[in-house]
Write a protein that binds this ligand. Sequence first.
Ligand code: UT7
Length: 379
Amino acid sequence: MPPERYAKIAGWGKYVPERVLTNADLEKMVDTSDEWITQRTGIKERHLRTEKDTNSSMAVAASIPAIEMAGLTAKDLDLIIVATSSPDYLLPPVSSQIQHMLGAECGAFQLGAGCSGWVYALTTADQFIKAGGYNNILVVGVEIISFALDYTDRTTCVLFGDAAAAVVLTATDQPSGVLAFELGSDGSGAEALIVPAAGSTKPIDFEGIENRENFIRMDGQTVFKFATRAVAGSLKRVVSQAGLLPDDIALFIPHQANARIIEAGAKLLRQPLDKFYVNVHKYGNTSAASVPLAMVEAIEEGRLKPGDKVAMVAFGAGLTWAAVVVQMGEGEISPAHTLFSAGRAAYLAKKAQNRVLDGVQAALLPLYTWRHKSRKRRK
Ligand code: UT7
């Protein structure tokens, strides 16, 4: 009998843009208050892309440390899966831009499942490895969701932020990685979280722009009720499917949309709130980047040890939800490794960002030179 195959999380990285938008900043932009945002969501600030950030550059900045930490180069990757709802362009898929920028020589695809996308992507990668087809897969969650925010609509613009995070899954015969998963979809709730115009049903036109239909619209209450049910229900089912009890889970990592949804989930699962990782106050809802960003920060903060079982859950547009139980591999996260990786990941992310910028500048240089010369000629 061939040995069992598992997919361990062998490397990870994150990228958060430098620009910070605080609740106090938002008070000057729309009719809101720090008190309202804090009490109703738990969010204090969020990071927004700067001019130098694109979806692909942020993904690359998060991926380089993940690949290096896994002891690989981009050429060793067998597949890249990118969960996002805010690619650089409608076409091509951003996954191919990321593959090219990394220097990888493998297949790549973009996966859209709203804020649940990264958990869908992790589960998909795990299946490819368990089936024996691939050994090393990069799984990215990246979002510049701010491009679809209406900064005159206080019901949505205070909630979201931009970020990227990535992990590398590698094949191993040591029990680790995804132990159980649940993927869910209920398209009857499509209207509850939607960008009405810009797709093929209603291509963007002047009327759409005038009606601000190119921005996210959300029925917050409907999503809130769906989310509290989805968090507790899918976590309960996926933990039991893994043959475990909620008490066996070292840390729950929920989608960071609203602190109240996380509190309700903890209550319904009858688990202490401090077993639920929270960083929504720093980043707001970063959609498909939210769960991997929380996982990377939980590791960096030493909240996870080798052998720990982690339950992650996400929910969002679709409506979709997804939950997994993951076992952290033995010997992967020593305290020294955690400290090293946090510092090293930040350094590598910065280096990657500079490399992407240099590339963009180099690509634009002939254009600048041509424009400069033609201006000079006209003079
Ligand atoms: O990835 C999935 C993404 N989405 C979510 O997870 C969102 C789930 N939903 C939520 O988190 C919450 O429903 C919200 C945070 C969006 C809203 O909180 P809420 O407690 O459900 O508020 P609400 O929608 O019932 O609105 C209550 C009041 C309304 O005023 P009136 O009609 O009572 O006068 C809103 O207009 O709060 C008002 N309001 C605000 N006031 C100040 C809504 N947004 C704001 C705001 N500042 N930013």
